[in-house]
Design a protein around this ligand. Structure first.
Ligand code: GLY
Ligand code: MN
Ligand code: MN
Length: 355
């Protein structure tokens, strides 16, 4: 936690700020360890303070050893304004991508002569390279996902609904230690699998369906994210061709990832393979994204991905091909970028599996 706070203080100096206000759950937890739902961090060059209310004072004292804990009564801004004056804060960094339009104007009214400086991107980028403690949690979250899918695969057959599969996955993961799902699970079968984000419905699995399952859990705040696509009953040559195209793109792109390349480079590897196979127009999303305390975070692996990958970044590799009135395939692993390649947190096989 000391290193994380030091990174925030470096940012404060680089941006010529006197203080940083952090209120988003992910950044707040990352910098302080606080897991409650109400709390504001005020980080200055000298002191770090967490302001919270009666419900969370004891919890904050236990979780935030590097912070002075202050309990506010009615309005956090009354206490904050006093602190800004006490610390002579004129330039205050804040999370412009998190607070609402209404909260922004309320903050401006209360700031007197201090100026709010947008700092969302800088703060979010602090979380991009994971430390080994975070990687351990991502690893555990991914292991639990794979155990859950291994267990639930046995129930995938004609007649079972997508929702039953989704519920069984979620239940298993919570029993195995996850606090809950990292996002609404995608279980999309048959023609529905052509919807990249087709969340589980009451549709029954049918003979000859693709079934795409994209899911993840939260373990100690950290998300897993993986996708496997199966064929049920009978696999046609078209199923096989689409599947093999996506698999080749996934494996080749994953092999290309290492420190020093950009997200755009990795995306291009997968995109070219899919295009060469004649399915270019059916791959309409990016190759992947960062994962951590949030399911989608920096860096992006897409044609817009100009961030150079660094060791310790956690990114997904998830190409897909989606054909309307037929179905779709996505295959997704979560990997850690290392100096010369990746550590794949997903061990489950990716060969075409007919259930
Ligand atoms: N569940 C959405 C994704 O894989 O990014
Ligand atoms: Mn996913
Ligand atoms: Mn993903």
């Amino acid at each position: 936690m000391e290193k994380r706070l030091a990174k925030a203080k470096d940012l404060l100096r680089q941006e010529g700020l006197d203080g940083i206000l952090v209120q988003s759950p992910a950044n707040r937890r990352y910098l302080s360890g606080f897991t409650g739902t109400a709390g504001s961090l005020l980080i200055t060059g000298g002191e770090s303070i967490i302001l919270t209310d009666f419900r969370y004072t004891r919890q904050a004292k236990g979780q935030c050893s590097l912070f002075r804990v202050l309990e506010y009564q009615n309005d956090v801004w009354e206490t904050l304004c006093g602190l800004l004056k006490e610390h002579g804060i004129k330039r205050l960094g804040f999370e412009d991508g998190f607070i609402t339009y209404r909260q922004y104007f309320r903050m401006k009214e209360r700031l007197d002569d201090a100026v709010p400086i947008p700092l969302d991107e800088g703060l979010n980028l602090l979380r991009m390279v994971k430390d080994e403690a975070e990687i351990c949690l991502l690893r555990t979250a991914s292991q639990i996902s794979e155990e859950a899918l291994g267990h639930v695969m046995q129930m995938i057959r004609p007649g079972v609904t997508e929702r039953e599969i989704s519920t069984a996955l979620e239940t298993y993961m919570i029993q195995a230690g996850c606090s809950g799902p990292a996002f609404e699970f995608i279980v999309a079968s048959g023609k529905r699998s052509a919807m990249p984000h087709g969340t589980a419905s009451d549709k029954k699995i049918e003979y000859g369906d693709f079934v795409t399952i994209d899911f993840g859990g939260k373990y100690e705040g950290y998300c897993s994210d993986m996708t496997r696509t199966f064929v049920v009953g009978k696999c046609s040559s078209r199923h096989k061709e689409v599947y093999d195209t996506v698999l080749t793109a996934q494996l080749t792109a994953q092999e290309s990832i290492k420190a020093g390349i950009t997200g755009r480079d990795a995306d291009a590897v997968a995109r070219n393979i899919i295009k060469e196979a004649g399915y270019g127009r059916y791959f309409g999303h990016g190759l992947g994204h960062g994962v951590g305390l949030k399911i989608h975070e920096a860096p992006t692996l897409s044609p817009k991905g100009d961030i150079v990958l660094r060791p310790g970044m956690a990114v997904t590799v998830e190409p897909g091909v989606y054909i309307e009135d037929f179905g779709g395939v996505r295959i997704e692993d979560l990997v850690i970028v290392r100096e010369d390649g990746v550590e794949n947190l997903n061990k489950m096989g990716k060969e075409l599996t007919v259930l």
